[in-house]
Design a protein around this ligand. Structure first.
Ligand code: FAD
Length: 548
């Protein structure tokens, strides 16, 4: 099989044009091609009047060796790599103790699935509820202002990405093609087949809910066990004669103790109490840079026109997204993050008395507004005013400070504070909405957001808006809406692990994984990390020295 990359065709090309492009590219007749499949389809919208589709194709040819020789110097004609997933181990017939996975977000889901597929019968402990009950609790905050601290946008089956845009792409390097395994498993669990080949796949919230349930059933059918409303409150660590620390079990909130030598920590970035416990137990943690800012909303139709010009609304293009960055005079960088085309801004706090924004969408992406986080990068030096002790948890103190401020500015009832972009730039409080209406539920209270973030962040966002407007005409329109505050962009903590075996730097048997440990950012990369860590657990159990 040959892989052809960079095959460009017009947006409305006929089906036969693909076969013709292959023949033209390889300079062969129709008899030389046995068949082909689309590995990836993206688009190039730099010329808005002439948007092109860009294909990567896998082509079954009659004489592969001769063609590879002929195109030896051409980087766009290569043998198709083998992306099939292969298990690294099989569980022994007798397991003294089953491995435990803490957290059932994308990372825990894939760690649990792969361990179950290899026969290790993992026990997965999730503090939140099963996804349907969790959906009811999450909507209770959005509709009635009732926060459920253990069952919300951050906590529960499916993890943080369940109520999301369901974007399934990532820029991580993935030499073992784990990302492919994640997508293939998602399709088996009910995702549309297209996620395998479109360059920026997304599935939206409703489908994710069903897929997560289906994957749970698969894990259970393979001997895995999933326990909801089982929060891990402590870990048991034994120190051996050589002074090496080993995990020996976990303790649940209900007091139950579970004996195990292998614990995957797939906690997500909002498990603040669990990070605190790990710190008290002496597990090696460090503070990590992350970003803070606002959500911004514009009419989706404006973004579509700016990106796609006359082709706006074309079914193959869908709702347009964007990615912007501006490097500011004060040394900060402002960038757009987690852009949700045709979506809504959602209340994403997990703690009472705090307001946090994030974004989600449905598969159709047909809501009126585009939303994205507009955030400023910060690092551990910025955490000092909130916790000068040098604690690795200082970033959480910063998050809590600004999330509480947002709660106050929003009126203390889980409404988010908001401001029109024009008023934000002019430095005056907003008093009325313009054409753009905010989508955040349970509501947005207009105010002056200059008090909603540290001064350097406000200054940086003010400088970035006109720069973004030069890239997307209308971006700085006066009635675009900001809502505050976006603080859960990634984990403020890294639970550092050895590169070679994925175990904690100072605690054997503890496998920090996914976004909360600082090893992933997004659904796909969290799933990929879950696979990687499941393999490390399996190899640690069967005793083969590994080099992943
Ligand atoms: P999480 O998904 O956070 O899962 C961690 C799980 O651990 C949670 O279910 C939690 O309840 C559980 N847990 C925590 N502590 C304990 C404990 N002590 N005991 C037991 N269980 C515990 N990413 C994308 O790629 N695309 C998107 O479109 C996208 N949109 C998003 C929209 C929203 C609203 C949010 C909040 C996030 C979005 N993300 C998106 C980010 C993505 O969801 C995360 O990167 C991803 O979920 C991280 O996966 P994870 O498994 O590492 O952690």
């Amino acid at each position: 099989m040959l892989r052809l990359t960079d095959i460009k065709l017009p947006l409305d090309h006929a089906e036969e044009a693909l076969a013709a492009a292959i023949r033209a590219r390889l300079k062969v007749g129709a008899e030389a091609i046995r068949g082909y499949s689309v590995f990836r389809r993206g688009h190039d919208a730099r010329k808005r009047g002439a948007i092109q589709l860009i294909y990567t194709l896998d082509v079954d040819v009659a004489d592969e060796t001769r063609l590879l020789q002929r195109f030896a110097d051409d980087p766009h004609v290569r043998p198709t790599p083998d992306t099939n997933y292969r298990f690294v181990a099989r569980a022994p017939a007798q397991l003294p103790h089953r491995p435990v996975v803490v957290g059932l977000g994308p990372c825990g889901l894939f760690a649990g699935l792969i361990l179950a597929q290899m026969g290790f019968r993992p026990i997965i402990l999730e503090r939140g509820k099963a996804v349907r009950e969790r959906t009811r609790d999450t909507w209770d905050l959005w509709r009635k202002r009732n926060l459920h601290p253990e069952s919300n946008v951050q906590f529960g089956e499916g993890g943080a990405g369940t109520f999301s845009d369901g974007k399934l792409y990532s820029q991580i390097s993935d030499p073992h093609h784990y990302g492919r395994k994640v997508l293939v498993e998602f399709v088996q669990a009910g995702a549309p087949e297209e996620i395998i080949y479109v360059s920026k796949p997304h599935i939206g919230t409703f489908r994710l809910v069903t897929m997560v349930e289906n994957m749970r059933h698969t894990i259970e059918s393979l001997g895995g066990e999933i326990r909801f409303q089982h929060r891990v409150d402590d870990i048991e660590i034994e120190t051996d004669a050589d002074g090496e620390r080993h995990v020996r079990g976990v303790v649940l909130a209900n007091g139950e103790q579970l004996r195990t030598d292998h614990v995957v920590l797939a906690l997500g970035h909002s498990a603040r109490d669990t990070f605190d416990m790990l710190h008290r137990r002496g597990v090696y943690l460090e503070a990590k840079p992350f970003s803070i800012g606002f959500r911004v909303e514009h009419p989706q139709s404006m973004i579509d026109r700016a990106r796609f010009g006359p082709q706006a609304g074309h079914p193959l293009l869908g709702a347009a997204d964007y990615k912007l960055v501006h490097h500011c005079r004060n040394g900060r960088s402002v960038y757009s993050f987690c852009m949700c085309p045709g979506g809504t801004v959602v209340a994403a706090t997990s703690e009472p008395g705090r307001v946090v924004t994030n974004g989600m969408s449905q598969y159709s992406r047909n809501e009126r507004n585009a939303n994205a986080a507009v955030v400023v990068g910060i690092d551990p030096n910025d955490f000092l005013p909130y916790d000068g002790s040098g604690s690795p948890l200082a970033g959480i103190a910063l998050q809590r400070h600004w999330e509480s401020r947002a709660f106050e500015l929003g009126g203390g009832s889980y409404e988010a504070p908001g401001q029109l972009l024009g008023d934000f730039l002019a430095g005056r409080a907003s008093t009325a909405f313009g054409e753009v209406l905010p989508s955040y539920q349970p509501g947005v209270r207009l105010t002056d957001l200059a008090q909603a973030l540290p001064g350097y962040a406000i200054e940086a966002i003010r400088e970035a808006m006109p720069a973004f407007d030069r890239k997307i005409k209308g971006y700085a329109r006066p009635d675009a809406i900001f809502t505050a505050v976006e603080t859960r962009t990634s984990s403020p903590v890294r639970v550092r692990r050895n590169e070679s075996d994925c175990q904690s730097l100072n605690t054997r048997g503890l496998f920090p994984a996914g976004e909360g440990a600082g090893y992933a950012g997004g659904i796909l990369s969290a799933g990929v990390d879950g696979i990687r860590v499941a393999e490390a657990v399996a190899l640690s159990i069967v005793g083969i020295p590994q080099a992943i």
